[in-house]
Design a protein around this ligand. Structure first.
Ligand SMILES: C[S@@+](CC[C@H](N)C(=O)[O-])C[C@H]1O[C@@H](n2cnc3c(N)ncnc32)[C@H](O)[C@@H]1O
Length: 183
């Protein structure tokens, strides 16, 4: 049976057909159930703890995490996804939040250096690995905030094969990233 995974990563290769995927599948990655709840909760605690007010979220998907952040902290992230279908659906579900189509590679919305204190990457890392060096360089140039939050970079045994050429553990990932990672 066809799986949404086939449109994202298949047989250890990045496919990247996200919009087609969102057109065919209602809830890919079971986003509505908020997987990886533990790391997401820690990230929310850190948003409060560090008084983070201005968040850009890349790869927001259907917007569930943005809604959770808003409910818990009162902060509305500027949420961006490469898939127009995902953004359309996020806007329908959460009309009070802030969604836009964009590619993290364009550093969409990261124009005013002083006004963004957090970049949020929730479960998007696998899909941007090929461009990570480039993305980090652009962030180092344009991002003056202190915090970059990423949720869930671990390898589930036998499941996640793609990405091992970049780093093979959360520890290596943290070492690789040139930012303070919170959550
Ligand atoms: C695993 S989903 C995570 C969705 C959401 N953050 C969550 O955790 O529920 C990865 C998302 O990243 C988006 N994405 C992939 N590459 C992207 C890129 N270059 N720029 C922006 N979004 C991207 C996909 O469309 C997809 O919605």
């Amino acid at each position: 049976m066809e799986s949404y995974h086939d449109y994202a990563i298949k047989d250890g290769k990045l496919i990247g057909k996200y919009d087609e995927m969102y057109q065919k599948f209602e809830d890919p990655w079971v986003q509505s159930t908020q997987p990886n709840r533990y790391s997401r909760t820690i990230a929310i605690m850190n948003i409060k703890r560090f008084g983070i007010k201005n968040i850009i979220e890349y790869g927001c998907g259907l917007g569930y995490y943005a809604e959770w952040i808003y409910k818990e902290t009162g902060v509305i992230p500027k949420s961006i996804d490469i898939s127009p279908t995902a953004i359309l659906r996020a806007k329908e579900k959460f009309p009070n939040l802030n969604f836009e189509v964009g590619n993290i590679l364009d550093m969409h919305l990261l124009k005013n250096k002083d006004q963004v204190d957090c970049i949020l990457l929730a479960d998007i890392m696998w899909y941007i690995l090929d461009d990570l060096k480039n993305i980090n360089q652009k962030l180092l140039k344009n991002f003056r905030g202190k915090y970059l939050i990423n949720n869930f970079v671990t390898y589930r045994d036998g499941v996640q094969k793609y990405g091992r050429e970049f780093f093979t553990s959360t520890k290596e990932f943290i070492h690789y990233m040139p930012f303070k990672l919170v959550g």
